[in-house]
Write a protein that binds this ligand. Structure first.
Ligand SMILES: C[S@@+](CC[C@H](N)C(=O)[O-])C[C@H]1O[C@@H](n2cnc3c(N)ncnc32)[C@H](O)[C@@H]1O
Length: 210
């Protein structure tokens, strides 16, 4: 897909002034105990405008916020200059040293990639996590297929090209079992969330580096 989509279309359409103090679905609050146990360095991967970065910064984490969109990162930096930002492409080697982070967090941001890219990304996330580090996040669910069926074609199993040119992966349990086969599962559950005022099926996951 054309990666300028994120900067030129998505974050033009979805930029909102209230974003940082308005997490539509604060699903992460139920994992408070895990955050407390792993307090330290946290990478918000695919951070967008940074409402979760702010949440973690306010909780005392040393947050690094990373995204492909300069527009989103500029917005975040202007609102929260204390948070360091990194522009990166998740389909490339991540620009961090081995064992840099206690937590990698990715809210609805790792489901845009092919099987090979997803495998490489999850391997990179493992590399940059400390030995007992946690990867926590959320992903689109295959239950959402009914919403894109009429406007997409299949690229590979579970991975679709939408009419607008955006590629999207819809995760099912088998994909989690495959991609995270070398991790320790702490939590994996399917829920309904709200995103931009619309209902959305997603998975919540918490994995520990094994
Ligand atoms: C659905 S948004 C989620 C943003 C944020 N995590 C949130 O919850 O509001 C997906 C984010 O992933 C970023 N993204 C998409 N592809 C990327 C890539 N290849 N590398 C880095 N970031 C990417 C987009 O710019 C966007 O900010």
């Amino acid at each position: 897909m054309d990666k300028s989509y994120w900067n030129e279309k998505y974050w033009v359409r979805h930029m909102r002034d209230d974003d940082l103090d308005n997490i539509e679905d604060p699903w992460i609050e139920k994992y408070e105990d895990i955050f407390t146990a792993h307090k330290g360095t946290l990478l918000d991967l695919g951070c967008g405008v940074g409402q979760y970065s702010k949440y973690f910064s306010d909780k005392g984490f040393e947050v690094t916020s990373a995204d492909i969109s300069e527009r989103a990162l500029e917005y975040l930096s202007a609102k929260m200059p204390q948070i360091s930002t990194v522009r990166l492409d998740m389909t490339e080697t991540l620009p961090f040293a081995d064992k840099s982070f206690d937590i990698v967090f990715a809210n609805l941001s790792i489901h845009f990639f092919s099987k090979a890219e997803t495998e490489a990304l999850i391997c990179e996330i493992k590399r940059i996590l400390k030995d007992d580090g946690i990867f926590i996040g959320s992903c689109n669910s295959s239950a959402a297929y009914k919403y894109i069926e009429h406007k997409s074609s299949v690229i590979e199993d579970g991975f679709y090209l939408e009419d607008g040119g955006r590629s999207v992966r819809l995760f099912d349990k088998a994909q989690f079992d495959y991609f995270f086969r070398d991790w320790r599962e702490i939590t994996l559950c399917e829920i309904e969330t709200i995103r931009f005022n619309k209902s959305k099926s997603m998975w919540e996951f918490v994995y520990k580096k094994a």
